[in-house]
Design a binder for this molecule. Sequence first.
Ligand code: 13P
Ligand code: SF4
Length: 313
Amino acid sequence: MSEGDSIENLSQEIVELKKELNAVILVHNYQVPEIQDIGDYVGDSLGLSQQAAGTDADVIVFCGVHFMAETAKILCPDKTVILPDKDAGCSLEESCTPDKLVELQATNDNFFTIAYINCSARVKALSDAICTSGNAKKIVEQCPADKDLLFVPDENLGQWVMEQTGRPMTLWEGSCSVHVEWTHSTILKISDEYPGAPVVAHPECTKAVRILADEVCSTEKMVNYCRQAESESIIIATEAGMLHRLQKECPDKKFIPAPTEKCACNECHFMKMNTLEKVRDCMRELSPQVELSPEIIERARLPIERMLEWSVK
Ligand code: 13P
Ligand code: SF4
């Protein structure tokens, strides 16, 4: 940050640029506190897609990771979608290349492919339905009964959905590099330190962690769970950015980050590539922008729209 670029100055400049550009700032729950604090909407992947689909702004400033901004562009092809750092990727997205997916799909003509939203636009374009962690159960329940389900790219989320629905699925072997860091023993250890504190975990965590959780849900559903929880202390097994959101929503509660074997909490380095300065710069320069071919947009839009439709059923 250069001199004069205090958080206050940058935030003020962002507010002015927002007016000038008729922009909306969409922010994922894992962003650093100062970015969350300038967001028009802060939420999970599902909420962010719904906001993008419904906005009348000319410019969408997407503060999350690349696949999220891509989803906004697919839903709003005529709008300018900018993001603070084009290199903010995702280990799940990286694990599932279009070529490898095509190869697997070719092994069964009866596959119906459900892609977790954490994947590239090209993978979305090869899929039949998209889901997020907030609606995965609902989406799988509505998939055609006579089809063989293929779930990509998060095997932990896929496993959790199979447990919830009883529907067998072929699972892609991908995982979130952040959420697999929590282990059964690190959760037991922190639970011993805070007896009675419920454990809330994201479904990208492994089964060894999920079985110890009182609630397994998307980041936005964590907010609802924590608001209603009777306990004053709650253990959170998801990316550290979530703690700021939860503390803002529930100021009287104490949130304890679940530790990993290496660290007292856990951050997604992709999410943390974004800074307030980069948000300001992308708005000043209208760059970097998400650019996708019309063919990919047209094909990838179908399974995303199906998801949005099935989410409200
Ligand atoms: P949510 O949709 O639950 O916010 O999850 C997004 C994500 O990337 C989790 O790692
Ligand atoms: Fe991807 Fe995991 Fe980071 Fe979420 S936390 S963006 S799933 S690497």
